[in-house]
Design a protein around this ligand. Sequence first.
Ligand SMILES: [Zn+2]
Length: 512
Amino acid sequence: MGVDLLFVNGVVLPAAADGGWRRAEALAVGGGRVVALGPAEELQALADGRTRIVDLQGRALLPGFIDAHTHLISEGLKETGFYLDLSTAGSLGELLERVREAVRRRGPGAWVLGRGWDEARWPEPERRLPTREDLDDLAPQSPVALVRVDGHILVANTQALRHVPPDVPEDEVDPVRGQLRERAAWALLRRLKPPLDELIDAVGAAQRRAHALGVTAVHDVVSSREQLRAYARLKRLGRLTLRVRLNPVVELLDALVEAGLETGFGDAWLHLGAIKLFADGSIGARNAAFGEPYADEPASRGKLNYPQDELDRLVKEAREAGFPLMIHAIGDRAIEAALTALERAGVMPEDRARIEHFELPTEGQLEKAAELGVVASMQPNFVRWSGPGGLYERRLGPERDRRIDPHRRVVDAKIPLAFGSDMMPFGPLYGVHCAVNAPHPDQRLSVEEALNAYTRGAAYAGFQEHELGSLEPGKWADLVVLSDDPTRCPPEALKDLRVVETYVAGRRVFPL
Ligand SMILES: [Zn+2]
């Protein structure tokens, strides 16, 4: 095979299963795939007149990052302006000011949809959710709906509450405070669909950001037919440069079955993955389900989204329809429900069922997960809410805070680990930094372990370890060039690493 690209004069970190992070000096790419890696002079012999030589100037070349849990469209819709981006609001006052400005700009009666604030990081005394009243004051005539960073709670004003469908679960709506949780929130959002063109632009925008962050593949959660269509259209237009494994929410299962589709349908660029189910909510919204009450709300242990028999039924249905499972479960009570449902459905290690977040597993649950071959799909960036004075400590108390997000114990229990960002925020390098420099010992990983979870581990979670996740001859040449060797730089310097270039199938996608 001819060599199209030859990377020389750098540090190639292949992340292969055998040989691990042993370095090579050069890497040859042909036909979009890795041809060989080794000493530069050996590989030079493979080059001919057509070969483009890339001088890495001592930088590090790694397999492209695979983010195992994304919501690209929500993120992209912030860039297209469909959502007002509130992720950088530093206080309640600032959030309300931005909403006021958007209401004024869009004119009376127009919807204002905001997204992404995190009140846990605001200063006291106004470290609280906005309320219906706050929003009514600044928008008496326009519907306003704001979604918290975790997507599990939405605050609406009186005008917006009028649009909530009547059939949503009653206990998920608090009309006084204007709060909608889980399915009630999603039901409202589904009514406010952006047009297909805007969804396509949103995927395009998110894809550009992904590449700038060194991401070459994602496992994306899709919640509507329109979202599936946006990906299909982008691909048909020849504009998809990111590999996307689509994980449809369980509400789409009937439609998929009806169409005769199952997991794997598609190709190396775009294909169907697992069915996504939510067993509980989030810690921020206090609806993640724990065995013990919340430290800052002793009357509540959170909430399971389904009674056990219904979760069992949905898991069984998805599995029988030919889909692997991807179950969102944060609290120990939700993890128990998820593991129980998976076991009752007869899930085997080869099914690679996934539990998303897996934040507070008990000792017994770690053992059970290992036995069932469950993949822990975790978000190392979530440890930013852990540690003294953090959101997790306030919500759960110091004892549970020390046990939360136990990446170390997951790796030690031989549970396959995949990392993803859940867009809070997007960016694998930040996640690697978080896992390495985490506040508690049970959370900490070595740089190599963290990188594995964002490459090989995520590839395994997506049944793609033969094609992606490491730099070995025959695999896709999905690559990222980093400003420095992450395995050699001091842990505190990880946060200063930069993505210099990103390639997918041997084609440069960042910078363009
Ligand atoms: Zn998510």
